[in-house]
Design a protein around this ligand. Structure first.
Ligand SMILES: [Zn+2]
Length: 148
């Protein structure tokens, strides 16, 4: 099974449109690096991730995205950016992340994510087989399991 494109282009485009309709700043593209958590990055990791051109450090997406692909689900990631990881080099005004700051940011922005999802979900086609994508073909048709 190919995992070259882990996200459903149809759901991703719909999520971007929903975000824009609800006033959320959206970035259509980006690369997520997934770290085992829960933990924050070291400065060396953060510098390496940035040097690779990866935009988001996350503790989810894997295995969720992979399992969704295996199941033929239409799956997209909506990342709520909370911080600059270990801070911004040469900018003492941007400190390293803390758990309290992340939770405060979530609290301040949860309503934006809720608005986005409430706008998005009713606009998705009710019949997932009608989506113009190949998500459901990722592993081929599922055969009914027969007990012997
Ligand atoms: Zn899809």
């Amino acid at each position: 099974m190919s995992f070259a494109y882990p996200y459903c282009a149809v759901v991703a485009a719909a999520a971007v449109a929903a975000g824009r309709r609800t006033g959320v700043t959206m970035h259509e593209r980006g690369t997520v690096v997934v770290v085992q958590g829960p933990r924050f990055s070291t400065r060396a990791e953060s510098q390496w991730f940035r040097a690779q051109g990866w935009e988001v450090v996350n503790m989810t997406q894997y295995p969720e995205a992979y399992l969704a692909r295996e199941l033929g689900m239409h799956y997209a990631g909506i990342a709520l950016i909370t911080d600059y990881d270990t801070g911004v080099e040469h900018d003492p005004g941007v400190d390293a992340v803390t758990q309290d700051r992340v939770f405060a940011f979530f609290e301040e922005n949860l309503h934006r994510m809720r608005d986005l999802l409430l706008d998005l979900i009713p606009r998705l086609p009710a019949d997932p087989s009608s989506y113009d994508c190949s998500c459901t073909e990722a592993i081929g048709p599922l055969e009914p399991h027969e007990d012997s």
